[in-house]
Design a protein around this ligand. Structure first.
Ligand code: SAM
Length: 281
């Protein structure tokens, strides 16, 4: 066997081991066409550990001396792309129809709970918070609970800080909302306390056991299913559906469709955007 072929075989083995790690820890798939990303995404971790190759890094994970290492490898391979009011149309549907409806319903139930279930750095949940500003809707204190969770612990901590750089706020945040809901701080902007008070962020691996959660009126499960193995997608959707209050809505990403997997959910078109409504008890 030529040295080049030998190296390739070793790489393939390492990739197979990495795939197992991602799948078992987070339900994530690493398609062949994305394998090229591995080297660049793990470059920082390799440098920090002075590991010369993926094989060395995986051996360190297998040794288990550092409990956090496997989690850090998984985190490094997640795609965390997000922005304010991402994709436009879903937030227009939320602003004009869905949120006013949920606010009206909250007058009866006394609560309104929304979950951004793969929140990355939090822009999705704060976008909702701005649309649902309790002061504008005259919602009594304690009515609104906005929950943001993600597998990636450092991103969750960043989301909870409510701090964003100038480059980050430039990605889809209208200037009037920046002026109203952020204050300048060193290095960027910080979400105002009134909105941070209605948000709560904590780590949650959708592919693992879920902690006790409230029933939600709206669950945003956007741009995460595409990274999960098909059977994990199905299980996550079923659990998210079970977490909805009766009549609650599930919103997926633009490239994500429910293919017959979710019993008890009925598609509902709002402004050209498909929400899935919980129709059973
Ligand atoms: C592309 S971002 C989507 C962010 C946001 N929902 C949006 O649409 O803009 C995908 C997020 O899913 C998270 N993620 C991946 N696998 C996960 C899992 N098993 N459990 C929870 N979050 C996961 C990643 O850490 C990443 O932050």
């Amino acid at each position: 066997m030529s040295p080049a072929a030998g190296e390739l075989a070793a790489d393939d083995q390492d990739l197979a081991q990495l795939r197992l790690l991602l799948r078992s820890r987070a339900g994530l798939e690493l398609p062949a066409e994305k394998a090229y990303l591995v080297r660049s995404r793990l470059a920082g971790l390799l440098a920090e550990l002075e590991a010369g190759s993926l094989g060395e890094l995986l051996a360190a994970v297998a040794h288990g001396r550092d409990e956090r290492l496997a989690q850090r490898v998984v985190e490094a391979l997640t795609t965390n792309e997000t922005s304010w009011f991402r994709d436009g149309a879903p937030f227009e549907a939320l602003r004009t129809v869905v949120l006013p409806e949920l606010v009206r319903r909250s007058a009866q139930t006394g609560r309104l709970a929304i979950w951004s279930a793969a929140c990355s750095t939090g822009q999705e949940l704060y976008s909702i918070a701005m649309l649902l500003d309790p002061a504008r809707f005259l919602l009594p204190q304690g009515t609104v609970e906005l929950v943001g969770t993600d597998l990636h612990t450092a991103l969750v901590a960043r989301a909870a800080s409510g701090r964003y750089s100038a480059a980050e706020v430039a990605r889809g945040l209208p200037p009037e909302l920046l002026a109203r809901y952020f204050r300048p701080v060193e290095g960027g902007f910080e979400v105002v306390p009134a909105l941070r008070a209605i948000t709560r962020f904590f780590p949650l691996n959708l592919a693992g056991p879920w902690p006790p959660l409230p029933r939600f009126d709206l669950v945003l499960l956007r741009n995460v299913l595409i990274y999960l193995a098909p059977e994990v997608q199905q299980a996550v959707v079923a659990k998210a559906a079970a977490q909805l209050a009766p009549g609650g809505l599930l919103l997926l990403g633009a490239a994500e469709l429910l293919l017959g997997a979710a019993s008890g959910l009925r598609p509902r078109l709002v402004g050209g955007v498909t929400f899935y409504e919980r129709v059973d008890g």
